[in-house]
Design a protein. Structure first.
Length: 288
């Protein structure tokens, strides 16, 4: 693998992908709940350096099929840069099947439909997008500079052009006070998006996160109620759902619409088991 500038993040599904860092950090870096790139100034690597790295690793691993381009919101790169990188990857990796990136909704909308089509033809495939919450009031409170309506538009546009959008939501982001608002609006936004992939992660306060004043950690039990509220409101036609990240107290996996009732009963069973923490956040995830 290439030499990385730490920290390096990738979605769990990219564990087997070849990763190239075409930029460092996140071009936004304002979300108070996210400690991923705090203190890391955003920078874009020189194109010569990146292209040379593609060539070097194509010689060592010519069989590579899956590539992930890091770091945060690589979709924010100018269209011409993305096209040139994808073009080059297609040339030097003869077995390339897909290239995936983190992407904010606003960065998708900066591209026209025909530009998106072109990137898709060059095997850009899965766009990982953090919706976090469908409640605009909450996104504003956590300083995520994205608009819910625009994120819905972005996912619809990208999926119309053949992309797979993998959307992430954060259970407990609103704490006790906004749990209900968060659940109701997140389900509404997801129903309007119809993402092909959906992941629910539990929000955990990590170093470098500073939540809004009224924030009060959601106990584990209430987090499971929140997730059940969201799932019971979801009307998804064709979505693979995962809540099996180490942060989740109840690991879940299924397909919508087929597994909806099963997912709800697993959560109900857990809520009735007496094993969930009513006072504290529950187990500490493995990454902490
Ligand atoms: S949540 Fe995404 S957009 Fe916000 S600071 Fe973290 S990486 Fe950047």
């Amino acid at each position: 693998m290439p030499k990385y500038k730490e920290p390096l993040f990738r979605p769990p599904a990219e564990a087997d992908s070849m990763i190239f860092q075409v930029s460092h950090g996140c071009p936004h870096n304002t979300c108070c709940f996210c400690g991923m790139y705090k203190g890391i100034p955003h920078s874009i690597r020189s194109q010569e350096e990146v292209l040379a790295e593609f060539e070097e690793y194509a010689e060592i691993y010519p069989q590579t099929r899956r590539i992930f381009l890091a770091d945060g919101d690589v979709m924010a790169l100018p269209f011409e840069t993305l096209r040139m990188y994808l073009d080059h990857l297609n040339t030097v990796f003869p077995f390339l099947a897909r290239v995936n990136v983190y992407s904010n909704g606003s960065s998708i909308l900066q591209k026209s439909a025909s530009q998106l089509r072109e990137l898709r033809k060059l095997k850009l495939t899965t766009l990982y997008m953090g919706l976090e919450s469908g409640a605009q009031q909450l996104l504003d409170l956590v300083n995520k500079k994205e608009n819910v309506r625009d994120m819905i538009k972005a996912v619809n546009l990208a999926q119309d052009e053949g992309f797979r959008c993998s959307v992430m939501i954060l259970i407990g982001l609103g704490g006790r006070k906004f749990s209900s608002l968060h659940a109701v609006n997140t389900a509404l936004a997801l129903n309007a998006m119809q993402p092909r992939l959906l992941s629910a992660l539990r929000f955990v306060e990590v170093p470098n996160t500073t939540m809004f004043d009224e924030y009060e950690t959601l106990p584990e039990y209430d987090g499971v109620i929140e997730l059940r509220r969201i799932i019971s409101r979801l009307e998804l036609n064709k979505t693979v759902f995962r809540a099996n990240h180490t942060s989740n107290p109840v690991p879940l996996e299924g397909r919508f619409p087929h597994d909806k009732e099963k997912l709800i009963s697993i959560l109900t069973e857990q809520l009735e088991s007496g094993q969930l923490d009513h006072k504290g956040p529950g187990i500490t995830p493995l990454f902490l």
